[in-house]
Design a binder for this molecule. Structure first.
Ligand code: CO
Length: 444
């Protein structure tokens, strides 16, 4: 089977979205733009909410997590069909005092790790910074999104002549080896904040604080003699987030409340006010329930009949290291959506939820494959089992297969984004009637 024009276009649209989304803040801003264009109404968390049947809405928290929802017109069996993905990726965060002056007249940035990145992938490539800056404006303090579209920094390797053992295994020291170079003498202390101020059109003393992280400037590409691959920064998890939002947008379901959630801080454990472990999703559901004139009993009944798709990228079998993948539960690029299971429940998948999701995909002609860790390996965790601590519902962990997870430049299959969109569209469109853990009917 070869790649269709449509699948290729989708891959390029994904790369476009990722390029415009260097951090969680820009990802949420871009999602908001997409939702605004579709007529979704923004409901700030601090306002009273007016939610109507047939309406489309979204809210954000910390400008870095977002929940959008569409309320079915008749809600004859009121429940929620939800997905969760994440907006953040491993990178390095600029410290509050952002510069290291010297040695030898150099000026460097002082950064610390955010999440579990592969350190060596950050060497010798042009970098910038992006995120948000808090600036004094008028009588108050304002948040300004910032993504500097220039090559500004680089972390230089040490020459092999000075480290002959580098190819025998190199463990970079994060306080020593991974500080980005900013200037070789042209700039001096204070230059970084001045740079931010210039970009924002404010004075340096108006810059009060910032959440800024390093951005790999290498643009995403589709590659291979047969254009089989897509490589880009932040495929984990913007590939899933993009697919989920598309599927959510394209589906229509009058019988449920469809919910699209995208959380920040998955890469650092989700334990923030806007993370998957926070009350954010639960607060939104409680407010929808109340705005629809329903009581607590209605909400609990609805949750018992609800379903969550936790959508985070999965490990494809590696071409040079197939031995790290399980014998039979190993996904392949371009072969469809991955259903992930873990006996110790770092994934929320169980027989019930995997059967529902596999059936949703089968009915939409979306191929599925399965992932489990090798039994002697500890895998990663993700969103589903964490969001379940606040909103406990049937859930399945799925993902799109990729290589080099947490590299600053990751690789996936060119066709899988289109499969992901189709799977989520089918999920959101499915008229599911869930009866406890006894079964589920696909109505209409
Ligand atoms: Co992820």
């Amino acid at each position: 089977m070869s790649t269709t024009q449509k699948e290729l276009e989708t891959a390029h649209e994904l790369l476009d979205f990722i390029r415009k989304s260097p951090t969680a803040y820009q990802a949420v801003a871009n999602m908001r733009d997409m939702l605004d264009a579709k007529g979704f109404i923004y409901l700030p968390e601090q306002d009273a909410w007016n939610v109507r049947r047939g309406g489309c809405y979204y809210t954000t928290r910390n400008a870095s997590s977002i929940v959008a929802f569409k309320v079915g017109a008749d809600l004859d069996h009121y429940h929620y069909q939800m997905s969760a993905s994440h907006t953040d990726s491993p990178t390095f965060k600029v410290k509050m005092s952002p510069e290291l002056s010297g040695p030898e007249g150099y000026l460097r940035l002082n950064v610390e790790p955010y999440g579990g990145m592969i350190d060596y992938t950050w060497f010798d490539r042009p970098l910038s910074v992006a995120g948000r800056v808090m600036a004094r404006e008028g009588s108050g303090v304002r948040s300004r999104l910032l993504a500097i579209d220039r090559d500004l920094f680089l972390i230089p390797s040490l020459a092999i002549h000075m480290n002959r053992e580098v190819n025998d295994g190199f463990a970079p020291n994060r306080q020593v080896d991974l500080m980005p170079l900013m200037s070789a003498g042209e700039l001096s202390g204070g230059a970084f904040v001045q740079l931010l101020a210039d970009e924002l059109g404010v004075e340096a003393d108006q810059v009060l604080s910032f959440d800024l992280t390093l951005v790999n400037r290498q643009p995403g590409v589709v590659w291979g003699a047969r254009e089989e691959f897509v490589s880009s920064p932040r495929l984990d998890d913007l590939q899933s987030a993009f697919s989920a939002l598309r599927g959510f947008d394209q589906a229509h379901n009058d019988h449920d409340v469809s919910v699209f959630a995208c959380f920040d801080n998955e890469e650092v454990g989700s334990g923030t006010k806007q993370g998957a472990k926070s009350t954010f999703l639960r607060d939104v559901l409680v407010r929808i329930n109340a705005a629809l004139g329903k009581d607590e009993q209605d909400l609990l009944r609805a949750l018992a009949a609800s379903f969550m798709v936790s959508f985070d990228n999965a490990h494809a079998v590696h071409p040079n290291h197939p031995e790290h993948a399980d014998e039979g539960n190993r996904p392949h690029l371009n072969q469809g959506v991955v259903i992930k299971e873990h006996a110790a429940q770092l994934y929320c998948t169980d027989a019930f939820s995997s059967a529902v999701m596999a059936e949703v995909c089968r009915r939409a002609d979306v191929p599925t494959q399965v992932f489990a860790n090798r039994s002697d390996k500890r895998g990663g965790s993700t969103l589903g089992n964490l969001s379940n601590q606040q909103v406990s519902v049937h859930g399945v962990d799925i993902g799109l297969p990729q290589l080099a997870m947490h590299s600053s430049y990751e690789t996936a299959g060119v066709r899988d984004t289109a499969w992901g969109i189709r799977a989520l569209e089918a999920f959101y469109g499915a008229d599911l009637v869930i009866e406890g853990a006894e079964g589920v009917s696909f109505c209409s």
